[in-house]
Design a protein around this ligand. Structure first.
Ligand code: GLA
Length: 719
């Protein structure tokens, strides 16, 4: 059983393949965190002690201060002065609660989070439900722990039921608290901006609260919800690492607080700044799901745990099949598209061997530039004279499939939809809402708006054989107000907005069961587990400059599998070396192309055809294999990694130089997972290597040729 309750010391023990997690009931009321780490039967239990200025209840005694003991979930105002997970305001207006442990039960499978994405369970999945209650507000709090045994992951979320007689307001809501017994850790987070997503940041924890958050209504380019806390000496292969994430795509808060006792509190959730929620008597609220993993084998194992978990439990099952190699029209044409041109694109794409033509922005309404048309989801008949269906059939006559771009949540003021329904945008009455990329945001918290979009897309795509949607979102939320809610409930809008987005995504999934969705938010502005549940991959960044992609892809892989990472070769001009470099960078994820195929020379097209064929011979390793980072481009002059299958009979590895690489410097690429006593053949060059040679490392000189130097090997065990 992965979940046990030991009656003798009232301890819950959750186990995964390699980890254990424990907490106990103390003083018949408190939930005290005891252990999270390597699987062991003998962990050191917390011993209570007295600390002055830390309050306690008479019945529990002065050594049991909520300010000091490690909590399973933390509350505002009743003696714990550290950052709280829950602030709930009842009729007395104080925000003080005193949730006390009541009972537990086991659930087979998961506990459903209504309206939000969450990890998928199976017949072996088990969930622990813990019930706590606060007498004065009459609220019940349920803590959920789902154990994903094979993936070494535990997920958590909470549910609050208002069983009292008055309304309560949730003012801060975190999905989890984890109080770790030390503070000698580094904190790893990913920060960025548009065209600059997911930079790697690692710094020692210090006293006080360190946090990252999004206040943007999207998980954002600026901070990714992933966070790790690790030994200060932890590297790719060694050291204790705790990894965290959230299955949610809206505003969030991740915090780590080092307290007076030199322990660390980690919390992830919705936070308080951009969130509030009123529960009337009888109503309930469920938080998004938080994800935790522990690795005793450094960052690499943490990443692989997250990769397995995301592939097995988050991504749609159809995302595990080979992804189409697409030709996308955006960087080739921008808004300048029409039927005739794209049919020629389709014809040329088929000749090269691309699987799909993706028609990006510009096909609908008056969308001739980014100042008009968003919201008007009907085909522009100046560009597509016969409508969508005959055009798409024309594309498909070439034997390739078809994808199309949409941006459902957004609207240009210059659109028929805005003229008809100005009240459907997020805007505060009496104030002019700010534009971003010339657009406003639709009020997705209003079910009428979502219903309208469903109706509109139903009509537009009726009888159009679309295989793929690229779902974009090109601005963040401000001036947030919805006429559907009273003044004192406006802080619910961002959360309800995300629920509206998920409802529409779910509708797409159900209404177009054979299509796949690539999500995008001005590149990787919603590169999160929430989106990954619906999308089969995510557009990594609007920055397709391969040099920048080298580090962006590396940091994305820290938390997310390559199967989610959409990577395009953009215009190489006539430069064959540049094409080669771009390709070798892009094959680290799901390969696609984004260039004007009509302008490409015959040798470039031939080379692309060769690349697509070659990629298909090893893409299963990228999509499903285990990822090992040899050299991180944030720390070295080059990037090097490999993907390998379960029995290590196939390995794809590469070395990609950065601009700063110096000619002649040699680097040793150690493929430590290669098997001893076997010979591997490089299917790309024909060279042979023993497993021992690969493990000891290939010694390779750097070429120092700026953005063109890269090496790639695809070795297979010789039978
Ligand atoms: C965003 C996307 C791009 C492209 C444009 C179209 O920037 O990230 O890939 O689709 O929108 O407007």
């Amino acid at each position: 059983m992965p979940i046990k309750f030991k009656k003798s010391d009232k301890t819950f023990i959750l186990t995964t393949k390699n980890t254990a997690y424990a907490f106990s009931v103390e003083c018949d009321r408190y939930l005290v965190h005891q252990y999270y780490g390597k699987k062991t039967a003998a962990f050191k239990r917390y011993e209570p002690y007295v600390v002055s200025f830390s309050p306690y209840l008479k019945e529990a005694g002065n050594s049991w201060s909520p300010d000091i003991f490690p909590q399973e979930y933390s509350f505002f105002g009743s003696g714990d002065f550290r950052t709280a997970a829950l602030k709930l305001k009842g009729a007395d207006g104080t925000g003080v609660t005193d949730f006390v442990y009541r009972s537990y039960r086991y659930i087979n499978g998961t506990h459903e989070i209504e309206g939000l994405p969450q990890a998928r369970g199976d017949e072996d999945t088990k969930t622990l439900e813990i019930k706590m209650a606060d007498d004065l507000t009459g609220c019940e709090l349920l803590l959920y722990y789902t154990v994903f045994y094979e993936e070494d992951v535990i997920t958590r979320h909470i549910l609050i039921k208002n069983k009292g007689k008055s309304a309560v307001k949730i003012e801060k809501c975190m999905s989890m608290t984890l109080d770790l017994p030390s503070c000698d850790y580094d904190l790893i987070t990913l920060w960025g901006g548009h065209v600059d997503e997911r930079n790697y940041q690692r710094a020692p924890l210090h006293h006080g609260v360190q946090s990252i958050c999004s206040r943007r209504g999207a998980s954002s380019h600026q901070y990714n919800p992933f966070m790790a806390v690790c030994d200060q000496k932890a590297n790719e292969e060694k050291g204790d690492v705790y990894g965290f994430n959230l299955v949610y795509s809206g505003s969030f808060l991740d915090e780590a607080e080092v307290d007076q006792t030199e322990r660390t509190r980690v919390q992830l959730g919705l936070g308080e700044e951009n969130f509030g929620y009123t529960l009337l008597p009888g109503e309930e609220f469920t938080s998004p799901e938080a994800v935790m993993t522990y690795s005793s084998k450094g960052l690499g194992q943490m990443s692989r745990n997250f990769h397995n978990f995301t592939r097995n439990r988050i991504m749609p099952k159809k995302a595990l099949k080979p992804h189409p190699v697409v030709l996308n029209t955006w960087e080739a044409c921008y808004f300048n598209i029409d039927e005739e041109k794209l049919l020629r694109f389709a014809e040329e794409s088929a000749k090269v061997g691309f699987d799909m033509l993706v028609m990006d922005d510009g096909w609908f309404g008056a969308r001739n530039h980014d100042r008009a048309g968003l919201g008007d989801w009907y085909v522009n008949t100046n560009k597509f004279k016969n409508g969508l269906a005959p055009f798409v059939k024309g594309v498909k006559q070439n034997g390739i499939s078809f994808g199309i771009w949409i941006e459902p949540e957004m609207i240009n003021p210059d659109s028929d939809l805005y003229r008809a329904h100005p009240e459907w945008v997020l805007a505060v009455p009496g104030r002019e809402p700010s534009l971003s990329r010339e657009q406003l945001v639709l009020d997705m918290s209003n079910s009428e708006v979502v219903d309208y979009l469903i109706d509109s897309f139903t009509k537009t795509f009726e009888g159009v054989p679309v295989d793929y949607f690229k779902w974009d979102a090109n601005r963040h939320l401000c001036d947030i107000y919805s006429p559907t809610l009273p003044a004192d409930r406006q802080d619910e809008v961002p959360f309800r907005f995300m629920k509206g987005v998920y409802r529409l995504l779910k509708w797409f999934e159900e209404h177009f069961p054979d299509t796949v969705i690539e999500t995008c938010a001005g590149g990787g502005g919603r590169y999160d587990l929430g989106m990954m549940q619906y999308g089969f991959q995510i557009w990594t960044s609007d920055n397709t400059w391969p040099y920048a992609r080298v580090w962006m892809q590396r940091s994305s892989l820290l938390a997310y599998p390559a199967a989610t990472m959409s990577c395009h070769v953009s215009n190489p001009g006539e430069d064959m070396k540049s094409l080669d470099y771009r390709y070798k960078v892009a094959v680290g994820g799901m390969l696609g192309y984004e260039l004007n195929i009509l302008n490409m020379t015959a040798p470039i097209k031939e080379e692309m055809a060769r690349q697509v064929k070659e990629y298909k011979s090893f893409e299963h390793l990228v999509r499903l294999g285990d990822y090992y980072c040899i050299a991180c481009p944030f720390l070295s002059d080059y990037s090097s990694y490999y993907y390998t299958n379960e029995d290590r009979s196939e390995i794809l590895f590469s070395l990609i130089e950065k601009r700063s690489a110096k000619k002649g410097v040699t680097k040793t690429l150690k493929i430590k997972e290669a098997k001893k006593g076997v010979t591997y053949v490089d299917l790309l060059s024909g060279s042979k290597y023993t497993g021992e040679e690969l493990r000891a490392g290939l010694v390779l000189p750097l070429a120092g040729e700026k953005d063109t130097a890269s090496l790639m090997y695809f070795v297979e065990e010789k039978q």
